[in-house]
Design a protein around this ligand. Structure first.
Ligand SMILES: Cc1cc2nc3c(=O)[nH]c(=O)nc-3n(C[C@H](O)[C@H](O)[C@H](O)COP(=O)(O)OP(=O)(O)OC[C@H]3O[C@@H](n4cnc5c(N)ncnc54)[C@H](O)[C@@H]3O)c2cc1C
Length: 246
């Protein structure tokens, strides 16, 4: 078992199930493993490390000081920033008339946020968990039923349809926006929940380098030539080298 933290030896080691091996579940598994608990990580989808193509939502994430701190404590901050982070110093606004301007994130001390690949970060977290004998990973397992009072969960294996029943001392729901764990919690007395949708859409465009390997969008080019007007009008978000764009 790698790196057991001091100070937890006198505490009971728990048998913990984390539902969802996205960014939160994978990171949480590392924190719990460092404390010496047995962690079983159940993920609906296949192992992201074996599926290099982007899944679902935003391909890149903006990593700020909060995310860096979380990665630091599991020893991954430096690698993520130095090897894979693209510094984003500001946000470029594209007007519908084709003109642009930049809003710097930190004009005074020049701090920046970093663009990092979502799949890469998720894979890195899962890979790190392999260093801990007390972490088990189960992919293609979809949570379909929960009895939170008894601490029991039922997963369906998506490849065989077989049902798997597990019990745990502690269940952590890290299964995203449409969390099945949260749905089970909502049936419990006094559980409060609210969900609010923002009025804007979100669209990420990938603008590849031109035939010479140069950026297709910069200060000198007319972005309207590159981005269809309808997208500009709908407050799109575009990733460009070094800038998040609105
Ligand atoms: C368009 C968009 C852009 C974003 N950009 C940023 C950004 O730039 N920077 C930033 O910090 N954050 C960003 N976020 C927010 C960030 O994506 C979330 O905060 C983060 O993904 C939450 O991680 P999570 O692990 O809780 O959920 P998820 O990443 O959604 O992971 C949940 C996991 O649970 C699994 N799962 C779901 N249901 C089940 C089930 N029944 N059984 C088993 N497993 C299940 C899913 O397959 C998934 O792997 C963005 C979000 C969106 C939608």
């Amino acid at each position: 078992m790698a790196n057991l933290q001091n100070g937890y030896s006198n505490k009971k080691q728990l048998d913990i199930v984390v539902v969802g091996a996205g960014l939160v579940g994978s990171l949480e598994a590392l924190y719990l493993a460092k404390r010496g608990h047995r962690v079983r990580l159940y993920e609906f989808r296949e192992d992201i490390r074996k599926t290099p193509t982007a899944r679902g939502r935003s391909i890149n994430l903006a990593l700020s000081v909060r995310g860096r701190r979380a990665l630091k404590d599991v020893g991954l901050e430096t690698h993520m920033i130095k090897e894979h982070g693209i510094p984003m110093t500001g946000r470029r606004i594209h007007r519908t008339d084709g003109s642009t301007y930049v809003i710097p994130y930190d004009a005074n001390t020049k701090q920046c946020i970093y663009s990092v690949g979502r799949n890469y970060l998720n894979s890195l977290l899962l890979e790190e968990s392999e260093k801990y004998d007390n972490v088990e990973r189960y992919f293609n397992h979809k949570l379909i039923e929960s009895n939170l009072k008894k601490g029991s969960l039922t997963f369906q294996k998506t490849d065989t349809n077989e049902q798997v029943h597990v019990t745990a001392d502690l269940i952590i729901g890290a299964d995203g926006a449409f969390s099945a764990v949260r749905k089970a919690m909502m049936k419990r007395p006094f559980f409060d929940f609210s969900q609010k949708y923002i009025e804007h859409g979100y669209l990420e465009l990938c603008i590849p380098a031109d035939e010479n390997g140069s950026k297709q969008m910069n200060d000198k080019t007319q972005p309207a030539k590159r981005i269809p007007k309808c997208i500009l009008k709908s407050r799109s978000v575009v990733s460009e080298n070094g800038f998040g764009c609105l």
